[in-house]
Design a protein around this ligand. Structure first.
Ligand SMILES: Cc1cc2nc3c(=O)[nH]c(=O)nc-3n(C[C@H](O)[C@H](O)[C@H](O)COP(=O)(O)OP(=O)(O)OC[C@H]3O[C@@H](n4cnc5c(N)ncnc54)[C@H](O)[C@@H]3O)c2cc1C
Length: 436
């Protein structure tokens, strides 16, 4: 066991942890010194503290990066849990398959994606990844290896999907893929003037397009509140070979001494981006469509040494557009926020996960440079809007939500807690359970 510094994507917490890697899928559950708690760690693409265990130990899982089987006829794939989506693509796309759900970065592990029950731009069409997980093996600290599926150990299956790594280590998982002709996407891009136009575009697009999402100008006010660009897409019927090497762009090699994202740069960027003319309809590589941010390596460093927070919430359907307008008003008034502001409608397909985040409604996700107290004040305002609307915040993106907001947003937390492995804990869990 060694001591190593770990961080998450937000870079707010950067702390030494005991590191007890799982070197292969047959290895025993690691033992931590002084009986401290442990937590599986994927690729650290969660933003806050849900993948950290400060003062205790982490179990890095990236050595578990092998394919176990791929049935090219049915699209059923079994992989070790530390494999990255990026690594899966090199094999599954040439075979005519794609992951059923992908987040906005391809550098997540399969285990990490299941433990956060990730959603993508196609949530309205297919739900979260948990709906497409057929089975997995869960290694518990008492040495048991349990196969979990909807019919085998079903409660542990539901607790582990979106279970934040607290129920044990997923060593491998089996997933149902979706067929594709190749790596290209057919994409349409439409400018919209305000939130009402966004709502109209969303309802007219959801049936015909598997993927829909919008960029919003978080500084828009009045009748421009919620203006932005709407993108809708389907997998293209065109087949094309995957390039040997994925495209690599700019890499931010060092952290500047202060955040380059500030009120002035934000206003400039947003105006420019909103007014810049685009190609309205065309074919794009899947990487440039799904993962535009991945083309800038370590872009999170642009937020300077204090890092960034992401605020992602969902406002349930009944209050969706009103609640989102209230959030955008508060953000625009504060002059904080960032270029990265995403709005998407979630559909009604339910996940098996007990702590799964998505529910029918509107989800807004924004990055904020860490400005200490002024940001905490804004977050307090946003929390109140989310709470009053009966919404919730996404743990994968969170590093600060108050315990009572977690517990009201996730009413099944007590049921979930029964399935936590007695040796597992996380900084996130201790924080939201504070006083429970
Ligand atoms: C640019 C960017 C865009 C994103 N877009 C989206 C998006 O569109 N939708 C979305 O849902 N999320 C999104 N995310 C969040 C990201 O998809 C999740 O945080 C994802 O879970 C990170 O995976 P990871 O492998 O890095 O896991 P980590 O962040 O390392 O860990 C995540 C959780 O998984 C647990 N875990 C990891 N491996 C295992 C294992 N083998 N067994 C059990 N538990 C395990 C950890 O304990 C932790 O609780 C985005 C993140 C970034 C940086």
């Amino acid at each position: 066991m060694t001591v190593q510094t770990f961080t998450s994507w937000g870079n707010v917490i950067r702390k030494p942890h005991e590191s007890a890697p799982l070197l292969n899928r047959h290895a025993d559950f690691p033992v931590a010194p002084q009986q401290s708690s442990l937590l599986p760690y994927g690729n650290g693409r969660s933003y806050g503290d849900s993948c950290l265990n400060v003062g205790a130990a982490l179990i890095p899982t990236r050595s578990l990066d092998r394919f176990i089987s791929l049935d090219t006829t049915s699209g059923m794939v079994t992989c070790e849990a530390g494999i990255l989506f990026d690594e899966m693509f090199r094999v599954i796309i040439p075979a005519g398959w794609f992951v059923p759900v992908t987040p906005g970065t391809r550098f997540v592990t399969l285990g990490g994606a299941i433990a956060n029950d990730v959603h993508g731009k196609n949530h309205h069409a297919v739900g979260t990844i948990g709906r497409h997980v057929l089975r997995f093996e869960l290694l518990r600290s008492d040495g048991q290896r349990l196969i979990c599926s909807r019919t085998e150990n079903p409660q542990l299956f539901c607790a582990t999907i979106g279970g934040l790594g607290l129920t044990g280590i997923i060593t491998w998982a089996q997933l149902q893929l979706r067929p594709v002709a190749g790596p290209m996407m057919s994409v349409e891009t439409i400018r919209f003037a305000n939130l009402d136009e966004f709502m109209r575009l969303q309802s007219e697009s959801d049936e015909k397009f598997e993927y829909t999402v919008a960029w919003v100008d978080c500084l828009g006010t009045g009748n421009q509140l919620g203006r932005g660009w709407f993108e809708r897409a389907n997998h293209s019927p065109t087949s094309a070979a995957l390039p040997q090497q994925p495209q690599r762009g700019l890499n931010i090699r060092f952290t500047p001494p202060f955040s380059l994202v500030n009120a002035a740069s934000l206003r400039l960027f947003n105006n420019f981006y909103y007014h810049w003319p685009r190609v309205r309809r065309g074919e794009r590589w899947f990487e440039s469509y799904f993962y535009p941010l991945d083309s800038i390596g370590h872009w999170n460093r642009l937020y300077g040494p204090r890092g960034l927070y992401q605020y992602q919430c969902v406002i349930p359907d009944a209050a969706g557009s009103e609640g989102t307008a209230a959030l955008l008003n508060a953000i625009s008034r504060s002059g904080q926020g960032s270029f990265l502001a995403v709005l998407k409608g979630f559909g009604a397909l339910e996940s098996p996960g007990m702590l799964s985040f998505p529910r029918t409604g509107l989800t807004l996700a924004l990055d904020f440079p860490n400005r200490g107290q002024s940001l905490e004040r804004l977050f307090g305002e946003l929390d109140a809007i989310v709470r009053n609307a009966g919404g919730r915040i996404y743990p994968a993106k969170d590093g600060r939500m108050p315990p009572e907001l977690f517990r009201s947003g996730y009413p099944r937390w007590r049921e979930f807690a029964q399935y936590i492995d007695p040796r597992c804990s996380s900084s996130f869990w201790r924080r939201v359970m504070d006083g429970a």
